[in-house]
Design a protein around this ligand. Structure first.
Ligand code: NZQ
Ligand code: ZN
Length: 381
């Protein structure tokens, strides 16, 4: 497929690199630092940020929750307007960075911010932002996407717009040292599924995208296998860079993409509060088995090139088994029951929400209708 590709986020990679914000943000900009529940105050990141901003005029907004809500973020919009902020610095994981993208765009829009999520408002401008990543997982630090929740209605929706692409992303692998293991494992699995959503579709003739996707997948398998090395600089650096590259636009360029696992997963987070990555592990193995006929060729390619499996009649299914075993080896549940979700209750709830959000024809062939999703959820029970 024809494509145009650009990713203008400057990546500042390496230990000690948080200090570079002093030069990355123009000195005449009034900065709003946005962060989450306060982990950055316990692990020294906040101190590094304040040191880096010594010569800037800056204010802060804290309390952006995991799976950020529009209710909280709208308070940041009010503050940013009142204080005439020029630049947003997001310090956190995907939630803080996504939330900051929403704030950056909502500041420039007089209507109700939620319209950005429903598509009623198309973003034409946003104030500039940068990100200091504290949790390698989503790739939000150098992509155009954000996922925001409306708490009052339990809607979790996404938007994508080039105006909210961060100008820079600071990737300091040291930040991983203080991550709870649960979040670290979430990061590996989220990145793995991001590559799958862009790669596990149909065979293409895009050598660069397919080959690079396989490198990223092999890295993530190795990071999971070598999990006991997680305190080494090599392990941490490779996780950070691999997760970033898994969703920065490159491997998905010019080819079909799936994203059905994510769409179903977002509903599970909205209603049951399950961590984003954990919803993906619950859904994806069942979805792949359900879609095996259309994904067979690519699953076989992945089996050989990523997991090193031998050619056989059962290779595609063996590959799905290998993916599920990978998640289980990290302690991730791959069935609703193991995640304490009652399928009988959850399935109608998820289907109703998907219908409301237009998720009625998912996947690279738009063939995952509500009936198909129902079958996937039943086999994930
Ligand atoms: O709130 P704080 O104090 O920052 O604590 C966070 C939070 O409790 C903590 N944490 C982050 N860095 C830490 C740390 N704790 C100790 N040390 C550190 N260095 O980890 C918890 C989870 O953080 P969160 O940002 O929610 O996690 P993640 O990065 O996995 O982001 C998940 C969100 O991103 C969205 C998801 O839907 C979810 O809302 N996604 C965004 C995407 C995008 N923009 O492209 C794509 C993804 O598929 C995903 O949908
Ligand atoms: Zn994800």
């Amino acid at each position: 497929m024809n494509f145009s590709y650009s990713n203008k986020t400057l990546i500042q990679f390496g230990e000690g690199s948080i200090s570079t914000i002093q030069d990355l943000i123009p000195r005449d900009q009034k900065v709003l630092v946005i962060y989450g529940g306060g982990s950055i105050k316990k692990n020294g990141i906040y101190e590094q940020v304040t040191n880096g901003l010594k010569k800037h005029h800056w204010i802060e907004f804290s309390g952006v929750e995991a799976n950020p809500t529009v209710e909280t973020l709208d308070k940041a919009v009010v503050l940013a307007r009142k204080e005439n902020v020029d630049f947003i610095l997001a310090v956190g994981g995907g939630s803080v960075i996504d939330g900051s993208k929403y704030v950056a765009a909502a500041i420039c829009y007089d209507g109700e911010g939620w319209n950005i999520l429903t598509g009623k408002h198309k973003i034409t401008q946003a104030i500039p932002m940068g990100a200091i990543l504290t949790l390698p997982a989503t790739g939000s630090e150098s992509n155009t996407a954000a996922v925001i929740t409306k708490k009052t209605t339990q809607d979790k929706l996404a938007f994508m717009n080039p105006n909210v692409l961060p100008q820079f992303a600071v990737l300091d692998p040291d930040v991983i040292k203080t991550l709870p293991e649960r979040q670290l494992i979430n990061g590996i699995v989220d990145a793995f599924v991001h590559v799958c959503e862009q790669y596990l579709t149909v065979k293409t003739d895009a050598w660069v995208q397919e080959g690079y996707a396989e490198v990223l997948l092999r890295n993530l398998v190795k990071l999971a296998k070598d999990y006991d090395q997680k305190d080494s600089k090599e392990w941490r650096s490779n996780l950070m860079w691999t997760a970033n590259q898994s969703l920065n636009g490159l491997i998905g360029t010019g080819g079909p993409q799936d994203w059905a696992t994510h769409m179903i997963g977002h509903e599970l987070t909205a209603f049951y509060g399950v961590d984003h990555a954990r919803t993906l592990a619950l859904i994806q193995p069942s979805l792949l088995r359900n879609q095996i006929a259309v994904k067979k060729a690519k699953l076989e390619q992945m089996g050989q090139n990523v997991f090193g499996l031998a050619a056989s009649d059962t290779l595609a299914l063996d590959t799905v088994d290998a993916i599920e075993t990978l998640y289980n080896s990290l302690g991730m549940a791959t069935s609703l029951k193991d995640a304490d979700i009652t399928a009988n209750e959850a399935i109608p709830t998820i289907l109703t929400a998907l219908e409301k959000h237009g998720g009625v024809a998912l996947g690279e062939h738009q063939a995952i209708t509500l009936d198909v999703t129902k079958a996937i959820l039943e086999s994930a029970a």
